[in-house]
Each structure stands twice: as structure tokens, then as C-alpha cells.
Design a protein around this ligand. Structure first.
Ligand code: HPA
Length: 275
């Protein structure tokens, strides 16, 4: 990755972001955006105004960065929407939220997404705390000459998702009456959904949910020393699990129907993370 892209991005942010020292950062994927509605916005930057980032192109992804006041004071970053590898963009754009979180001095990143359920006991509407991931493709933002800004040449991956933050998510779920289950997320490159044979294989390999994001951001975030938490919202059962055909619009519709619950969960996490 090209370090200059991140320097330019940082320099292009309004000064309020650079002075804030946020205690947590949220990367909100499909369906998760509603969380920001009730927070006081202190500063805002559309992705298109952040050098090297570029506007989000996927439905359900707003494409703006907010600095908000936390429910208990302090400040938090909120990335509303993400860039995906399948959009054809560069790794710098995909991992920009993770790197900006780090460079703005924020120690915690919560990544959220919509995903297909592989484990047969899951149902659309369920929320999964990501405890680990599978990256079965060679795609990685860490390929290339080693840059110590992103941690060691061979970053440890045994604890990409911080167990204490996972416990905090469970606590937030319990307080909000939202049942959460733990799971393993498998990265699918997209933009095509998976075949039923692929989903069967992923299930055998230990995956519970499948999606087209999150893994690159989580890898870079953990490599550069951030504590990472992850949540998947099950927007559909993955290909072949129920025999129903998949449609990207159903993902967005399902996420909209559950957006109020997802918002409460994220807000409660922000509340707990502040203490
Ligand atoms: N597969 C991959 N990504 C997804 C899915 C899915 O079934 N649902 C939401 N994102």
C-alpha cells in the first residue's frame, strides 16, 4: 500500500477530526447506518472530500465520515459505508477507515456488515459476534513491500477480534434484549453471490456467515495495533441453505427492517466502550 495516500487523506480532513482523540470508531455496513441518527454530530466529511478515498458506490452505503459525541461524552468516529474490493478500488480505499482510525489516535474499531447465514440454525435478522475469520483467497491488503506503519512483516492473526470487546458486545446485546451468537466469518470476494457448493464447503471448513467485506479492514486494523470488534447481521441464508434464490435488494430490505435493533446495539456498545 502507498503510505502517501493515507498522509494525504489525513491532511484533507477537517481539523476537528485531527484534534478529537476519539475513544471508539465504527465502520457501519449495510443496514447499520441508522445508529448515527441519535448522536450529536460535531464534524462531517463526505468520503468524496477525503483525498484518495472516493465516494461509496454500493446501495445502503452512505459514504460519509462523522465525528460524533459519545452517549457518555467523549468523541467517536463513524464511517457510514465502506469501499469494497469488488468495486474495483485500491486496497488503500478499502482499508482507509482502519488506517484513519489508527492515525487519528483512536484505539478501538467496531466493524459491521450484512452477511449470509451458513450455519443452518441461523435465521435472517440474527446478529453474530465475529470471533474469527476465514480468508480463503490470496487477496490481502498487506501484500507488497513491508511498511512498519502496518505492524510487523508477519502480523499475528490469532486474535484479530478482541475477546474483551466481544464480551462487551454480548453485554450490550443482553442489556438491549438482542440475542447474539458467536461465529466465524468467511470472506467471499464478490460481487457474485456464492454457489451452493461453495457454501457447503465453507460450512465444512467452519464458517458460520459469509460476506464480501470486513476481513481486509480487520486484518489491517489488528496488524497496526487496534482492538477490533466485529458484528454480522444475517440478512439472508446463504446460497443453497434454504434453496431460495438470492437478490441484493433483499439484503438491503432485510437490513432496513431490522435497522432499529442494530442501531440500539451499536449505541449501547458505544456507551459501554466509554467506561
Ligand atoms: N453472501 C455474500 N455476501 C453477503 C451475503 C451472502 O449471502 N448476504 C449479504 N452479504
Amino acid at each position: 500500500m502507498n503510505e502517501q495516500v493515507f498522509r494525504d487523506a489525513l491532511a484533507s480532513l477537517p481539523a476537528a477530526f485531527r484534534d478529537a482523540r476519539p475513544y471508539a470508531s465504527l465502520l457501519l455496513g449495510s443496514g447499520w447506518n441508522r445508529a448515527v441518527g441519535s448522536l450529536r454530530v460535531l464534524a462531517e466529511a463526505p468520503y468524496s472530500a477525503i483525498a484518495g478515498f472516493g465516494a461509496a458506490t454500493v446501495v445502503g452505503h452512505d459514504g460519509r465520515l462523522l465525528l460524533v459525541e459519545g452517549p457518555r461524552g467523549g468523541t467517536a468516529l463513524v464511517f457510514c459505508g465502506r469501499r469494497h474490493w469488488y468495486e474495483g478500488c485500491e486496497w488503500e480505499q478499502v482499508v482507509m477507515p482502519a488506517v484513519l482510525t489508527k492515525r487519528l489516535g483512536c484505539p478501538v474499531l467496531l466493524v459491521t456488515n450484512a452477511a449470509g447465514g451458513i450455519r443452518p440454525t441461523l435465521r435472517p435478522g440474527d446478529v453474530v459476534v465475529i470471533r474469527d475469520h476465514l480468508r480463503l483467497s490470496p487477496l490481502t491488503p498487506l501484500r507488497g513491500p513491508h511498511d512498519p506503519a502496518f505492524g510487523p512483516r508477519f502480523p499475528d492473526q490469532s486474535r484479530v477480534y478482541d475477546p474483551d470487546l466481544a464480551a462487551l458486545l454480548h453485554k450490550a446485546g443482553a442489556r438491549q434484549g438482542i440475542e447474539l451468537t458467536d461465529g466465524v466469518y468467511v470472506l467471499s470476494c464478490g460481487p457474485a453471490f456464492e454457489t451452493p457448493a461453495e457454501i457447503r464447503a465453507y460450512g465444512i471448513l467452519g464458517a458460520d456467515v459469509v460476506g464480501m467485506s470486513t476481513v481486509p479492514e480487520a486484518m489491517v486494523a489488528s496488524a497496526c495495533g487496534l482492538r477490533v470488534a466485529g458484528l454480522s447481521f444475517v440478512s439472508n441464508m446463504a446460497a443453497g441453505v434454504t434453496g431460495q434464490l438470492l437478490d441484493g435488494n433483499d439484503v438491503v430490505d432485510c437490513a432496513q427492517r431490522h435497522s432499529e435493533r442494530l442501531a440500539r446495539l451499536v449505541l449501547d456498545f458505544l456507551d459501554l466502550a466509554a467506561t
